[in-house]
Ligand binder design. Structure first.
Ligand SMILES: [Zn+2]
Length: 235
């Protein structure tokens, strides 16, 4: 599985927030300002399937730009996998941005699939298992993408929880929230990620959604992490 790291950081940094392109045609999360990078550095026209892990702005807010571009510039039948209420939120966004005339186009061209814990979605040759994560009280999800025998997990935003451990136990690699330096009920901290690395040596954990604090701690511990613009191939 080819993973383009569109962004690897969190909101409070100057770099892009965390987003991925999987095998050129799946876009995972659309953070603030990501549309500019997606349009100029990637072949956005290849995107057919978009996954939104939750509705915080650093995962969702550029969705209306991405969808509008794809609808106006491609013939792609688009599928959007997101938590419940996605169309309503996109409608609100378009209203706020005075682009409400686009909503009918989006309704006509985009198939919406709702995330639910333990749901399996078979689509475009992938089997996607959905896991509810622990991100304060937010409806936030993680995913295992399986293609043939390759299983890659994406934690989205999460604190430590049983479903995260299930994902790690089943995957060859997991892109894992590592935003904090102290234990919280919103994100994982570096020490928790290091403990999981020791507990699950057969799964390669890739720290993402970094803050400058957690990045510094990872550097101090000699732990590598993927960076914006990098491409990983996971077999
Ligand atoms: Zn979040």
């Amino acid at each position: 599985m080819k993973i383009d790291i569109v962004g690897n950081m969190c909101t409070w940094t100057k770099e892009l927030s965390t987003s991925f392109i999987i095998d050129d045609n799946i876009l995972f999360d659309t953070p603030q300002a990501s549309f500019k990078t997606l349009l100029n550095d990637y072949d956005l026209k290849k995107i057919k399937f978009i996954v939104i892990s939750h509705f915080h702005s650093d995962h969702f807010i550029d969705i209306h730009l991405v969808l509008t571009y794809l609808i106006l510039n491609t013939e792609n039948n688009l599928v959007l996998l997101a938590p419940k209420g996605c169309l309503e939120r996109i409608t609100d966004l378009l209203r706020i941005c005075e682009e409400l005339h686009l909503i009918e186009l989006i309704k006509n061209r985009v198939q919406f699939i709702e995330c639910e814990n333990n749901k399996i979605v078979d689509i475009f040759g992938y089997k996607i298992k959905i896991y509810k994560m622990f991100h304060q009280n937010i409806d936030s999800y993680g995913f295992i993408f399986q293609k043939d025998k390759t299983k890659v997990g994406f934690s989205g935003d999460t604190a430590n929880c049983n479903n995260l451990r299930k994902m790690i136990a089943k995957s060859q690699a997991v892109f894992i929230d590592s935003a904090e330096v102290k234990v919280t009920n919103k994100h994982l901290c570096v020490n928790e990620v290091i403990s999981l690395m020791k507990e699950y040596p057969d799964c390669k954990l890739h720290p993402i959604h970094l803050s400058y604090y957690s990045q510094k701690e990872l550097d101090n511990c000699g732990i590598s992490y993927p960076c914006q613009g990098q491409v990983l191939n996971i077999e």
